[in-house]
Ligand binder design. Structure first.
Ligand code: SF4
Length: 205
């Protein structure tokens, strides 16, 4: 079964590598499909690759990635026991915000990754990830403002899976803003507690 998961995720990575469903294929250096444990019970979903990710083809490898590693450590995880990906698999030029048609074109890849990995918890890093996952999960109270939902635990249905979601800020937002940095630290401490609860009792925490 592990081989089947690896096979499907590698197939997704190949599809991403040859994808031309939106304009971003023409300006990227390397596609960044995602990386991590195929059996991860935690998936982290960011916004889009930045410069360093575009060069290396791996998610969260720059300064924000180093901060994410520290946040994961505070939550009690190693990077290799989670799966990390983004809403967009190719870098928008100059790190501009994703456009709606790019999100529409690219998120079927994320949906497929979620369906294969079957995480118990998705951590949304930033507003694009939060918008996509909470709205797809039918959270009707969400009005598009991440500040109103960060650090909260939502139970949703996503791709026929029942799972928990915790939205928080993108780690890059905490690099130069001490207030957001503290919020990120608090949210990841909460995420660690939630995951320990899931491992003991399942998603009904
Ligand atoms: S961003 Fe996504 S949809 Fe656009 S070209 Fe890259 S893989 Fe395809």
């Amino acid at each position: 079964m592990e081989n089947e998961r690896v096979r499907i995720l590698e197939e997704v990575a190949r599809e991403v590598a040859s994808c031309r469903k939106c304009r971003l294929w023409s300006s990227r250096m390397k596609p960044v499909p995602g990386q991590g444990d195929v059996y991860a019970d935690v998936m982290l979903v960011g916004e889009a690759p930045g410069y360093n990710e575009d060069v290396e083809g791996r998610p969260f490898v720059g300064a924000a990635g180093k901060f994410l590693d520290k946040l994961l450590e505070m939550a009690g995880f190693r990077r290799d026991e989670v799966f990390i990906t983004n809403i967009l698999k190719c870098r928008p030029p100059g790190n501009r915000d994703p456009l709606p048609d790019e999100v529409d074109a690219c998120t079927p890849y994320l949906d497929k990754q979620v369906a294969v990995i079957k995480p118990k918890l998705i951590v949304c890093l930033g507003r694009y990830s939060t918008n996509y996952i909470l709205l797809k999960g039918g959270v009707k109270t969400y009005r598009g403002r991440i500040s109103t939902v960060r650090g909260q635990v939502f139970k949703i249905n996503f791709e026929d899976l029942s799972l928990l979601v915790v939205p928080t800020y993108h780690p890059a937002a905490g690099l130069y803003n001490p207030k957001l940095k503290n919020m990120l630290i608090n949210d990841f401490i909460l995420i660690g507690k939630v995951v320990r609860g899931i491992r003991e009792r399942g998603v009904d925490v």
